[in-house]
Design a protein. Structure first.
Length: 480
RNA sequence: GCCCUCAUCGUCUAGCCAGGUCAGGACACUGCCCUUUCACGGCGGCAACAGGGGUUCGAAUCCCCUUGAGGGCACCA
C-alpha cells in the first residue's frame, strides 16, 4: 500500500555530526526502513566558504558507527549547480524572481533600520522596481547581482506530520535570495530543487527549519513541483534548556563514541528523545524500533539531553552484550590504555576474559574498564584513603593478613572453593565475621573498597599475585 | 523588537486527537531486602498536569489570555 517512500538526511559539512542531526538522521532512517523506502544522503555544501571536505568523512563515520546506512548518495550539492541555475533561470524568465544589486553593506544598514523600527527585516524590493536602463547600466558596470524570489501575496498552508495543519502569512516573509552574487544557490533553493529531483516524499527535519516551510513551499509551487510531506521534529536541548552547544555538553556523536558509549545505546537513547513507542518499552532492538516508529507519535515539545539516562542505558547494553562481543570490544580498549599489550592479551586470553567478565555488570561504559581492572595488571596501585582508615587499622590487621598469607601459601590448590573455605575458616578461628577479613583483604589486593566478589577477585589474581599483594599491604600497615 | 512553535514529576515520557483511570513507566534521588563491599536484582518512597479564565454534570484532555521556554527574522544551512 505504501508508495515508494524516499527520505533524505542532508547535513552541512560545517562541523561534526551532532546528536541533534544524528537523531534527525535516525528518525528518517527508521521511517524509511519501516516502509521499505530509500534513504538518501545528501551533502549540503553550497556554502563554499564554510564547508570543509574533511567534515564529510567525519559525518559519514558517525552515521556508520550508529548503523545508519543509506541507499543512495552521498550526493554533493556543490556538484549540482547547473540544476539550480536552470531552476533559477526558469523563475527569472517567468517573473517569479528578480535580480538584486544591493550589496552586503547596504543590506546591513537596511536590517539595522528595520530592527530599530521594531520589526523583522523584509527586503524593500528596490531592485524589483529598477528600470531596464538602470539594470543594464549596473550589469555593465559589473556590479555583482544576486537573485531574489518574488514572494507572492497570500498565505501558505500545509499539513505537517507532527504539527498538524500550519499556515504562514506571506506578509512576514521578505523576498529572499535564492542565488548568491557568487553564483552559488542558497539553501532555500537548492533544498527544494534537490528534494524534487531526488523524488523525496517525506522531509523529516528539525524544528529549526519550521519557519522555512513557507519559503520552500512557495518555491515548490513556483516551479510546479509536487509537495512532499513535511515532518518537523522537536529540538534537543542542553540541561539548562538552552541550545545544545559545545559549551554545555558533548555534542558530537564522536564525543560519545570516544567516551565509550555503545552505538546501540546511543541510538536507542536518541530514538526515545522526542518519540516513544506508546507502551512502556525503553530498551529496544533496532527491529523493534523500526516496527514501532511512527511520525504522528513524535512529541512536539523540545527534549533535554540527559547523559545520566544515557549512561544507564549504556550499562543495560553492556550487560546484554554476548561474551565474545564484549571481549572483542574491551580488549582494544585495555591495550589502548597502556595497561597491557597485544601480545599479552593474545597469550593470556582466558585470563583477560575472565577479568572482563568479572566487571561486566559494574561498568557504565566500556571505557570504564581500564580503571576498573587496573589492579589486575599493576601492583603499584595506591590504597583508597578512606579504605585505609577503615580497614588498615593497627597491627592486628597486619597479623590477620599474615595468617591469611600463611594459609594461602599452604593451600594445595587455589580454586574458588578453596579460597572461600580458607577465608571463612580463618574468620571462624579468629572468632570474627568474614567481613573483618574480606574488607582489608580486598583493599590489600585491589587498593579499592569496591569491586567484584573478593573470592572471585582473588581467584582471578592467582596465588602468587594475591600473596605478594597481601605482603605488600602488611608492610604498608606496619610502616604507617 | 517582530513572527512562529511548544508547555504532564528535576529529566525522558504515557495519557490529549474521539473530556469521566488513585495521572502510568523509565532515569536521577531515596528507604528496605539480598550480599563480604560496591554494583546488579527485588520491593517501596519522593515527585508533575505552568498560572488564570471560560465551555461542560465533569477538563491534564476542548477554547482564550498570561507567563515561561525554544525557533526564525542572512547573498548560513
Amino acid at each position: 500500500m505504501t508508495e515508494n517512500i524516499r527520505v533524505r538526511f542532508a547535513p552541512s559539512p560545517t562541523g561534526y555530526l551532532h546528536v541533534g542531526g544524528a537523531r534527525t538522521a535516525l528518525f528518517n532512517w527508521l521511517y524509511c526502513r519501516k516502509h521499505d523506502g530509500k534513504f538518501i544522503l545528501r551533502i549540503e555544501d553550497t556554502d563554499l566558504v564554510r564547508s570543509e571536505e574533511r567534515m564529510v568523512g567525519q559525518i559519514l563515520d558517525s552515521m556508520k558507527w550508529l548503523g545508519l546506512d543509506w541507499d543512495e548518495g552521498p550526493f554533493y550539492q556543490s556538484e549540482r549547480f547547473s540544476l539550480y541555475d536552470a531552476a533559477v533561470d526558469k523563475l527569472l524568465s517567468e517573473g517569479k524572481a528578480y535580480h538584486c544589486f544591493c550589496d552586503a553593506e547596504k543590506l546591513k544598514v537596511m536590517r539595522e533600520e528595520a530592527r530599530k523600527k521594531g520589526g523583522a527585516f523584509r527586503y524593500d524590493r528596490r531592485c524589483l522596481h529598477l528600470s531596464d536602463e538602470e539594470k543594464q547600466r549596473l550589469t555593465e558596470e559589473g556590479v555583482p547581482k544576486a537573485v531574489r524570489f518574488l514572494v507572492p501575496e497570500g498565505e501558505t498552508a500545509v499539513s505537517d506530520a507532527v504539527h498538524g495543519d500550519v499556515s504562514f502569512n506571506h506578509k512576514e516573509i521578505g523576498d529572499f535570495v535564492i542565488k548568491k552574487a557568487d553564483g552559488s544557490p542558497t539553501y532555500q533553493l537548492a533544498v527544494v530543487v534537490d528534494d524534487h529531483d531526488m523524488a523525496i516524499t517525506h522531509v523529516i527535519r528539525g524544528d529549526d527549519h519550521y519557519n522555512n516551510i513557507p519559503k520552500q513551499v512557495m518555491i515548490y509551487k513556483a516551479l510546479g513541483y509536487e509537495l512532499p510531506i513535511f515532518a518537523h521534529i522537536p529540538l534537543i536541548l542542553a540541561p539548562d534548556r538552552s541550545k545544545l552547544s559545545k559549551r554545555n555538553a558533548a555534542v558530537a556523536v564522536s564525543d560519545y563514541e570516544e567516551a565509550g558509549f555503545m552505538p546501540e545505546a546511543v541510538r536507542n537513547f536518541l530514538a526515545l528523545l522526542g518519540w516513544s513507542p506508546g507502551d512502556n518499552r525503553e530498551i529496544m532492538t533496532l527491529d523493534e524500533l523500526v516496527e514501532a516508529f511512527d511520525l504522528p507519535a513524535i512529541n512536539k515539545a523540545n527534549a533535554v539531553f540527559d547523559v545520566k539516562k544515557l549512561e544507564w542505558m549504556n550499562n543495560e547494553y553492556v550487560k546484554l552484550l554476548p561474551k565474545e562481543d564484549l571481549f572483542a570490544r574491551v580488549k582494544p580498549i585495555l591495550i589502548a590504555s597502556g595497561l597491557t599489550d597485544e601480545d599479552f592479551v593474545a597469550n593470556n586470553a582466558a585470563w583477560v576474559e575472565k577479568i572482563i567478565l568479572l566487571l561486566q555488570e559494574r561498568v557504565r561504559k566500556l571505557t570504564d574498564y581500564p580503571e576498573a581492572v587496573n589492579y589486575f595488571f599493576n601492583m603499584d596501585f595506591d590504597y583508597d584513603e578512606k579504605g585505609v582508615r577503615k580497614q588498615f587499622k593497627g597491627p592486628e590487621t597486619a597479623h590477620m593478613l599474615a595468617q591469611l598469607v600463611a594459609r594461602f601459601e599452604a593451600a594445595d590448590d587455589f580454586s574458588l572453593e578453596t579460597i572461600e573455605t580458607i577465608i571463612r575458616e580463618l574468620a571462624e578461628g579468629l572468632d570474627v565475621g568474614a567481613g573483618k577479613i574480606i574488607h582489608p583483604a580486598r583493599l590489600a589486593c585491589s587498593g579499592l573498597t569496591v569491586g567484584p566478589s573478593l573470592f572471585h577477585l582473588v581467584e582471578a589474581l592467582g596465588k602468587e599475585r594475591t600473596i605478594a599483594r597481601l605482603k605488600r599491604a602488611i608492610e604498608y600497615i606496619k610502616a604507617s
